[in-house]
Design a protein. Structure first.
Length: 198
């Protein structure tokens, strides 16, 4: 006689209706069943790459998102790399920043979050201090300040102005996010055309 033993149940929880999503925490709100929507934007608030992940933090997404953006631009005949890559402190990933700099890209990502007083413990040498110094220069401040008028308004326009705060389909979240960002680009183009009639 063969005895049947059921498999050991994994720890944690699973959403039976949307197993691809994850419980994520965001600033100022309770945990939600969510996706992490990533976007790469140019200086004109045009989305050039849009991806969805189920990893809650932005840590580790800088280099992959840049590669998606460069691949997309290359497919459309644009081979020139960006002059500078700017991201907030959540994207700090020492290996990825080092790799991007080795590729000849100027990268501006603060190693410390805005709520922290002083440097993170153990993050006081080499690349960390170099980045802090670069961000304190006049040029560094201006370039990093561009985040406030490039990427932040895009998420604001999508979430608050257009009211898109959740996905309609669990089966095609990546496609839906890309459609949302494509429609954002179309609205930007429409606004440009109406403001500058021929």
């Amino acid at each position: 006689m063969v005895e049947f033993c059921p498999p050991v149940l994994p720890e944690g929880q699973i959403n039976l209706t949307d197993p691809d999503s994850r419980v994520m925490r965001t600033k100022g709100s309770p945990p939600h069943q969510s996706y992490n929507c990533q976007a790469a934007i140019n200086e004109h608030q045009v989305v050039i790459a849009a991806e969805v992940t189920v990893d809650p933090p932005d840590f580790g997404h800088l280099e992959p998102m840049l590669d998606h953006a460069l691949d997309h631009l290359k497919r459309h005949g644009i081979g020139q790399p960006p002059e500078v890559v700017v991201a907030d402190a959540g994207y700090w990933h020492t290996r990825q920043i080092t790799a991007l700099r080795a590729r000849g890209l100027q990268v501006l990502v603060p190693p410390d979050g805005g709520r922290r007083d002083g440097a993170r413990p153990g993050w006081t040498k080499d690349i960390y201090e170099q980045m802090r110094h670069t961000l304190q220069t006049d040029t560094g401040r201006v370039l990093y300040g561009m985040r406030k008028i490039t990427i932040e308004p895009v998420y604001g326009q999508i979430k608050h102005n257009r009211g898109i705060t959740r996905f309609m389909s669990r089966a095609a979240v990546q496609s839906e996010w890309r459609l949302i960002t494509a429609s954002h680009n179309l609205l930007k183009l429409h606004t440009h055309w109406t403001a500058n009639p021929a």
